[in-house]
Design a protein around this ligand. Structure first.
Ligand code: HEC
Ligand code: HEC
Ligand code: HEC
Ligand code: HEC
Length: 123
């Protein structure tokens, strides 16, 4: 059931994304599962919609730092560049996620942002 639930959520999110894309608005997904380098820790589910709208107040570049808004294209996944291992001057995925996500969470502990491993890496 849990798996079907997640598949359904993903399907709905995808459908919504498609509708929004066709309308020509930015297609920020509601939820994203970050699992590109998953090996020892469970995948991390990011409430993307809440982070984009309520927390970053629509400033996508807060996280999508290489996004060229003027290009008219959607932001790309972090993991298209940040791989399991550092490549050239591009830091590894674990490094940037921990830096980006944890730094802000430490500042927002009082607002309920998780800082423990289990808070993000949920089983
Ligand atoms: C604020 C959220 C957050 C917290 C807190 C956090 N992580 Fe992560 N971590 C991530 C994200 C996102 C990734 C990338 C996951 C992926 O792509 O598979 C990651 C990746 C990792 C990876 C590499 C992937 C793997 O499974 O080998 C390890 C190891 C890891 N974290 C360990 C930890 C440990 C240990 C703690 C606690 C001290 C911790 N993390 C706390 C968000 C977090
Ligand atoms: C708190 C950080 C954060 C903010 C703010 C944010 N995003 Fe994201 N976004 C992410 C992460 C993390 C991913 C998943 C990256 C990965 O899997 O490598 C993602 C994924 C996406 C994807 C999916 C890319 C793909 O190819 O699947 C799109 C589209 C996107 N974001 C658009 C937006 C837009 C538009 C905004 C602003 C309205 C925004 N994001 C704000 C962190 C953020
Ligand atoms: C087009 C490739 C590309 C994409 C997509 C990308 N990055 Fe990066 N990122 C880089 C490169 C290259 C660097 C090295 C410094 C620089 O050039 O800014 C970097 C540096 C960083 C750093 C600084 C690390 C440090 O040690 O100071 C953070 C944090 C970061 N990226 C987070 C993200 C997040 C989060 C996403 C997705 C929401 C993302 N990046 C998407 C290429 C990318
Ligand atoms: C700009 C600050 C900021 C950044 C960057 C950020 N977060 Fe958060 N996050 C918050 C705040 C504030 C909360 C708690 C507020 C709330 O839940 O309404 C939160 C809550 C969460 C929660 C628990 C509640 C929920 O919504 O599911 C998870 C999981 C989470 N963040 C994951 C991440 C991951 C993974 C990243 C990096 C890709 C990230 N966050 C980046 C500020 C941030």
């Amino acid at each position: 059931m849990r798996v079907r639930g997640i598949a359904l959520v993903a399907a709905v999110a995808f459908a919504t994304t498609m509708v929004i894309t066709l309308k020509g608005f930015s297609a920020a997904p509601e939820k994203v599962t970050i699992d590109a380098v998953k090996k020892v820790k469970p995948a991390v589910v990011l409430n993307h919609g809440k982070h984009a709208k309520d927390i970053a107040k629509g400033n996508c570049a807060e996280c999508h730092h290489k996004w060229d808004k003027a290009s008219g294209k959607e932001p790309r996944k972090c993991t298209t560049c940040h791989k399991a291992k550092k490549e050239g001057n591009t830091p590894a995925a674990k490094t940037i996620f921990h830096k980006k996500c944890k730094d802000c969470h430490k500042k927002n502990k009082a607002k309920g942002a998780p800082t423990s491993c289990k808070g993000c890496h949920k089983k």
